[in-house]
Design a protein around this ligand. Structure first.
Ligand code: SF4
Length: 250
């Protein structure tokens, strides 16, 4: 008998709480398949025409600008640009730091080990990657996964702002310090920022224009290195679920 969807999610939640999940390297796991649709959808109730229009705007931004971009030196060392992917009508957007080796190779965001963990975190929320949107501050990989330089962030972040303006999510999750610092224009560390919502202004100027609630949390790559922090990240994601009206696990 096929288990009910909520049981699959609860199984994932339990799994997320165990060290097994964060020790993916050694453990060939076969997790329950995530639901393809949540009881409360994480896609906005926009018309098919509006969703298609947003998808087209994202495609044009990617094809006409990001893929051709040479604004910073990372264009010389990249394999592929990594625009991000997911639903153009997503209520929830995850923003990470920059593509890694596997992302650069495939041109897809969050597909390496950290990406596999993010996929499981999203599944534990009762969602699928296709229902949300996943992207990074930088669209090209810094060599050897070094930290993004300030000028690279300054040159690349307008693409991210444009993506967020097109999608207009209800909540943003910033994964790790570079994403949180860029979007909130702060120098505070992720340990101080996480755990509560902040206002993100699409205008880039505090107090100007509409604000989107932003939850900073730990990057999945950090959680792989520091499994003791996973409960904090899960608490952050539960706060996001509550904000979106998604059912919380018992
Ligand atoms: S990192 Fe961003 S600004 Fe730099 S080349 Fe790539 S797309 Fe352009």
């Amino acid at each position: 008998m096929t288990p009910p969807a909520h049981s699959a999610r609860e199984a994932l939640v339990q799994y997320f709480r165990t060290d097994q999940l964060l020790g993916l390297k050694e453990v060939p796991v076969r997790l329950p398949q995530p639901r393809t649709s949540a009881p409360a959808s994480c896609k906005k109730a926009v018309s098919a025409a509006a969703a298609a229009e947003r998808a087209e705007l994202l495609r044009v931004l990617d094809d006409d600008q990001v893929k051709k971009c040479t604004k910073c030196g990372l264009s010389e060392s990249r394999g592929h640009t990594v625009f991000g992917q997911g639903s153009s009508a997503a209520r929830l957007v995850f923003v990470g730091e920059a593509p890694g080796f596997e992302e650069d190779r495939q041109g897809v965001a969050f597909v390496g080990k950290a990406g596999q963990l993010l996929t499981r975190m999203i599944a534990a929320m009762g969602l699928s990657r296709e229902e949300v949107f996943i992207c990074n501050v930088l669209k090209c990989r810094p060599p050897n996964n070094r930290d993004p330089a300030a000028d690279e962030i300054a040159k690349c972040s307008p693409y991210l702002y444009e993506q967020l303006a097109i999608i207009e999510p209800e909540v943003i999750v910033a994964l790790g310090a570079p994403a949180a610092k860029t979007l909130l224009q702060t120098t505070q560390g992720i340990g101080r920022l996480r755990g509560r919502f902040h206002d993100f202004y699409l205008s880039g100027i505090e107090g100007i224009g509409p604000a989107i609630p932003l939850m900073p949390t730990y990057h999945p790559a950090y959680l792989l290195r520091s499994p003791g922090e996973k409960n904090k990240a899960w608490a952050d994601l539960q706060a996001v679920m509550k904000r979106l009206g998604l059912p919380l696990p018992k």
